[in-house]
Ligand binder design. Structure first.
Ligand SMILES: Cc1ncc(C[n+]2csc(CCOP(=O)(O)OP(=O)(O)O)c2C)c(N)n1
Ligand SMILES: CC(=O)[C@@H](O)[C@H](O)COP(=O)(O)O
Ligand SMILES: [Mg+2]
Length: 619
């Protein structure tokens, strides 16, 4: 086992070519083994194995800085940089992160999880290096999907003008999570050389080198000159960036050779490598979409497993049905077709579907344009990724009170993806924006009712739901809903729990067998049901609010502000996430630790003098 001899990147420097090839295979096996037990970003990491071995062979991390965009493809990097003994803990409770993370290792140049940041970060590092008179390499590694992000394209524009010594590597597997989209991607697909030209180049090189290495280098230079002439419109030339490639991203010796050739080049260079997402593991090669982020599986007999009927699926079914009735409905996703439950919708209504690529800002403003011209856009977007569209929501949508529905998925703590992916800020950053309304359905039926009503009401409306399963609503059923009105789910004689979204289940659990405790589905946050709130306060009920969101600025804050405006001071406790980031791990454990679960609710009630059976708090 070569991997036994490798603990740090410098251990690669002495390996032979055969040992490096063997190491790549061993890395692949280890990634499959651990993803089989933990789940994780399997296909992306398999596709980047040779690249990562070559990078650590040619460069000297941590002195040289390797920046992995998104960071989900860096499993081999983690194993090679002192974490092979803990790699099996990846994405687990107390284990290492599923993305690169600065606080986890000196070899992790950036903390990521959101796409398209690597090039701007690399530019910043290169400028810092040059300003401080230091000398090391900065390498930004970005996928074709992440390159669809505006941040990445804008960074290229700055890099091309500033021209720092910087190496960028485009890891082009023609895949985002779904098939990749965008004009640049098309360009590479159609215009740039692909497999057949790769093979021709390789064959030509072997023939020419067989005749005379000198002849080969002459032809190679002529080819480069021709490429320059033929490919002047190559966008990277337009950006003032040297373009090299495309080369085979799985040819380990070839990658090492080319990296050594271009390593010392001055100015910005982009090396375009062509890889296969899922490389080396049949099922992942055949279906890189499912195997992008599978749950655990049997490595000997890998089979797709259903993750159950999710809120995303409920949303997808609802808009698919709605589209038949509402011809102006148009659904947009920023590169998350599968995650947002839109596969079926995209197949049944392709003419009213747009995948913008990984650019949530563009997606939001495209929705604004559609609304201005008579469509009814629904933007399906993860809470965490919606952070990328904050100004667009204000500037392009809310000021003119445009009719855009935000189907905000992954609201709350998400589990394995950790701090970069928790959807725990959206209430705070949305509720202060005039015209924006915010709701959270308790089940799939209420989601349908809210979607339908939101499209009728118009204006910017966010409907948020968690990364969780939900009971499927019967097809064709579209209940009405009294917009802005909360729903009493359980009467109480002394106290009421006001729950927003996912924590409703904890409220019902806490109130079970307690006639003195009532439960309210506080499904509207903006507008808040001030009428019901006032009545509860005036009748002297004790109140507890709970939400899967930062306490600061969340649902509870809105309730406190409303009570203040009403001049009322009931006995109230606000339960929400504390002012910290929650890393990857078990959602129930984090909810318990955050104090938003049933035990915390009972403890809060007990703290207000209500005799409740306090559940034994697990430590
Ligand atoms: C801002 C943002 N939006 C969406 C995502 C979800 N996401 C994670 S990886 C990915 C696809 C990345 O494609 P690519 O960069 O080509 O990497 P590959 O998986 O193909 O190796 C997407 C859309 C994200 N991480 N960040
Ligand atoms: C790396 C990335 O951002 C996505 O793959 C994300 O992990 C998907 O999250 P879900 O698994 O919740 O769809
Ligand atoms: Mg890709």
């Amino acid at each position: 086992m070569i991997l036994q001899k490798v603990n740090q990147p410098q251990d690669l420097k002495t390996l032979t070519q055969e040992e490096l090839l063997q190491l790549a295979q061993e890395l692949r096996s280890e990634i499959i083994r651990v993803c089989a037990q933990n789940g994780g970003h399997l296909a992306s990491s398999l596709g980047a194995v040779e690249l990562i071995v070559a990078l650590h062979r040619v460069f000297d991390s941590p002195r040289d800085r390797l920046l992995f965009d998104v960071g989900h493809q860096a499993y081999a990097h983690k194993i090679l940089t002192g974490r092979k003994e803990v790699f099996h803990t990846i994405r687990q409770e107390g284990g290492i992160s599923g993305f690169t993370k600065v606080s986890e290792s000196e070899h992790d140049a950036i903390t990521v999880g959101h796409a398209s940041t690597s090039l701007a970060n690399a530019l910043g590092m290169a400028i810092a290096r040059d300003t401080l008179g230091e000398n090391y390499h900065v390498v930004g590694i970005i996928g074709d999907g992440a390159l669809t992000g505006g941040m990445a394209l804008a960074a290229l524009n700055v890099i091309g003008e500033r021209k720092p010594r910087l190496l960028m590597i485009l890891n082009d597997n023609e895949m985002s999570i779904s098939e990749n989209v965008g004009a640049l991607n098309r360009y590479f697909k159609e215009y740039q050389t692909k497999k057949w030209v790769q093979d021709t180049q390789k064959w030509g090189k072997q023939v020419l080198e067989g005749i005379s290495p000198r002849l080969f280098s002459l032809v190679d230079r002529a080819k480069e000159a021709a490429k320059l002439m033929l490919h002047q419109e190559n966008p990277f030339y337009a950006w003032g960036i040297r373009y090299v490639g495309p080369v085979d991203g799985h040819d380990l010796p070839g990658l090492i050779h080319i990296l050594e050739q271009i390593k010392e080049l001055d100015g910005p260079t982009l090396l375009h490598i062509v890889t296969q997402k899922g490389k080396g593991y049949g099922v992942a090669e055949e279906d890189p979409i499912y195997w992008h982020g599978p749950p655990g599986f049997n490595p000997q007999k890998p089979e797709k497993v259903s993750k159950g009927y999710s809120w995303s699926a409920a949303f997808g079914d609802a808009v698919t049905e709605l589209a038949h009735k509402e011809p102006r409905l148009f659904v947009i996703t920023p590169a998350m077709r599968e995650g947002s439950g839109l596969v079926k919708y995209s197949q049944t209504h392709p003419e009213r579907y747009l995948d913008t690529g990984i650019c949530e800002d563009v997606a939001a403003t495209v929705a604004a344009g559609m609304a201005l011209r008579g469509l009814k856009p629904v933007l399906a977007i993860y809470s965490t990724f919606m952070q990328r569209a904050y100004d667009q929501i204000i500037h392009d949508i809310a000021i003119e009170n445009l009719s855009v529905v935000f189907a905000v998925d992954r609201a709350g703590i998400v589990g394995g993806d950790g701090a970069t992916h928790n959807g725990v800020f959206d209430i705070a950053y949305l509720r202060t924006v005039p015209n924006v309304q915010i709701a959270a359905p308790k089940d799939a039926l209420e989601l349908r009712a809210m979607l339908k009503k939101a499209l009728e009401l118009g204006g910017p409306i966010a409907i948020r739901y968690a990364r969780d399963n939900v009971e499927k609503a019967p097809e064709g059923v579209w209940p009405e809903i009294e917009w802005g009105r909360w729903e009493v789910l359980k009467e109480g004689s002394k106290a009421y729990i006001l729950a927003f979204g996912k924590t409703l289940k904890y409220a019902l659990e806490a109130a079970q067998d307690h006639p003195e405790i009532g439960v309210i589905n506080a499904r509207f946050l903006k507008p808040l049901d001030k009428g019901m709130l006032e009545a509860l306060a005036l009748e002297g009920y004790k109140l507890v609010t709970t939400e899967d969101h930062q306490k600061m600025g969340g649902f509870g804050s809105a309730v406190l502000e409303a009570l203040n405006e009403l001049g009322l001071k009931p006995d109230i406790r606000v339960l929400g996430l504390p002012d910290v980031f929650f890393d990857h791990g078990s959602i129930p454990r984090m909810h318990r630790e955050a104090g938003i679960d049933a035990a915390a609710i009972r403890a809060a009630l007990a703290g207000m003098g209500l005799e409740v059976k306090t559940a034994t708090r697990r430590v």
